[in-house]
Design a protein around this ligand. Structure first.
Ligand SMILES: NC(=O)C1=CN([C@@H]2O[C@H](COP(=O)(O)OP(=O)(O)OC[C@H]3O[C@@H](n4cnc5c(N)ncnc54)[C@H](OP(=O)(O)O)[C@@H]3O)[C@@H](O)[C@H]2O)C=CC1
Ligand SMILES: O=C(CO)COP(=O)(O)O
Length: 367
């Protein structure tokens, strides 16, 4: 189908690094947006199946991929002429993957992370890993996040996401490339908030999975989701995020999708743990990446550095370590406070950034 959007992307060469469930699905979105897409798979047989049969049976069973989608296991081929490079690999391998692509990268190309994790050894967000590894200018680093369960999108069930870059024009360019009829991409310049939304919702989805595995019902889950978004917002704002981002698709939107969907790997991993499997047994059973399990320790380390309490995430860590029984996990039920605390749906100070930005806008200065 030829649309205005397709025409805007005609001739736009893009690469997707990683051919798991999200890399392959996102490559389809980009193709359906009219881009000229090559996806890189690290295994030759996966690249061959996508290239020839237009299928990726291991990660997207039953999905027919676009005829125009190209695939290769050769990084130099994938990256040739690519102005936008989308990264869809596990968070803990991103640094090495970046070093691998560096020799073939056009120095003007923009790199966009689709990854929802934190580097365990450094506690860095993916955009920080990108800047650190390749010494990139912030205007060449983007992020896309949102309620994006891969299989649903591969079936063209409509949803949206947020493309974020410090430079709004670049965010708009990324969003144009990544807007298909069933995938609407909004823009913002809040890279920290957009990225942290995707990281933190995984941890709350683990908690939801755990209590689901125990057999608790909707009250417990609603309380965890509600307190969870407060925890996510407080943590993100302390790192410089705009609280509005956490109320948007990359925060609340993704939290709802991941906490509700049986397709979510984090939710599934939590459920196995709630049913009594150990962390090791759960990892063995999971055929795909559940980023949340790896992100819990670095997120708690960052929270400690800033003096922030994250009661739900702390409890998830205790359950993962075997220091707390899954049945004892609650939305801050395990509090040591003597005095009842006020409920802060949006934590203290979270609006300060918003007011400052509004004030600056009124004064006509840069936010
Ligand atoms: N799936 C989803 O719904 C969504 C996922 N994401 C995020 O996308 C990222 C990728 O996840 P997803 O695609 O789902 O994961 P999957 O488990 O579906 O696939 C993982 C992919 O990473 C590849 N891989 C593993 N190790 C390496 C390595 N050392 N170097 C290069 N590639 C490697 C795998 O290759 P191989 O098959 O050869 O092992 C596979 O292609 C995660 O951060 C996830 O949070 C974001 C939004 C939605
Ligand atoms: O990020 C996702 C949905 O937006 C995918 O979540 P899971 O990694 O838990 O499957």
């Amino acid at each position: 189908m030829v649309t205005g959007r397709n025409l805007r992307n005609r001739g736009r060469r893009v690469a997707v690094i990683g051919a798991g469930s999200w890399g392959t699905t996102f490559a389809k979105v980009l193709c359906d947006a009219g881009c000229d897409v090559t996806v890189w798979a690290r295994r030759r047989e996966v690249a061959h199946e996508i290239q020839v049969a237009k299928r990726n049976t291991q990660y997207l069973a039953g999905i027919n991929l676009p005829k125009s989608l190209k695939a290769t296991d050769d990084l130099s081929v994938a990256l040739r002429g690519a102005g936008l490079v989308f990264l869809a690999v596990p968070s803990q391998t991103l640094r090495q993957n970046l070093l691998d692509i560096e020799p073939y990268l056009d120095r003007r190309s923009v790199l966009v992370s689709l990854v929802k994790g934190v580097e365990k050894t450094t506690t860095m967000r993916m955009s920080q890993v990108m800047a650190d590894t390749l010494d990139l200018d912030p205007t060449r680093i983007g992020v896309i996040s949102g309620p994006n369960i891969a299989l649903e999108i591969a079936k063209e069930q409509p949803t949206g996401g947020v493309a974020s870059c410090a430079d709004l024009t670049v965010a708009q360019e990324i969003a144009t490339a990544a807007s298909a009829p069933y995938f609407r991409t909004y823009v913002n310049t809040d890279v920290v908030g957009t990225e942290l939304g995707g990281v933190l919702k995984n941890l709350i989805a683990l908690a939801i999975g755990i209590v689901d595995g125990v057999g608790y019902g909707e009250n417990t889950k609603a309380a965890i989701i509600t307190r969870g978004i407060a925890e996510m917002t407080q943590f993100s704002v302390a790192h410089g995020a705009d609280p509005a981002t956490l109320s948007g698709l990359a925060g609340l939107g993704d939290l709802i999708a991941t906490c509700q969907s049986p397709l979510s790997r984090n939710n599934t991993a939590g459920r196995l743990i709630g049913q009594g499997y150990t962390q090791e047994e759960t990892r063995e059973q999971m055929q795909q990446v559940a980023e949340g399990i790896t992100s819990v320790p670095p997120v708690l380390e960052l929270a400690r550095e800033l003096g922030i309490r994250m009661p739900i995430v702390e409890q998830v860590q205790m359950v993962l370590d075997g220091r707390m029984a899954p049945k004892d996990l609650g939305p801050h039920l395990a509090t040591e406070d003597d005095v009842p605390q006020p409920e802060q749906a949006i934590p203290d100070g979270a609006h300060e950034g918003t007011w400052r930005r509004l004030l600056n806008r009124l004064k006509g200065t840069q936010a």
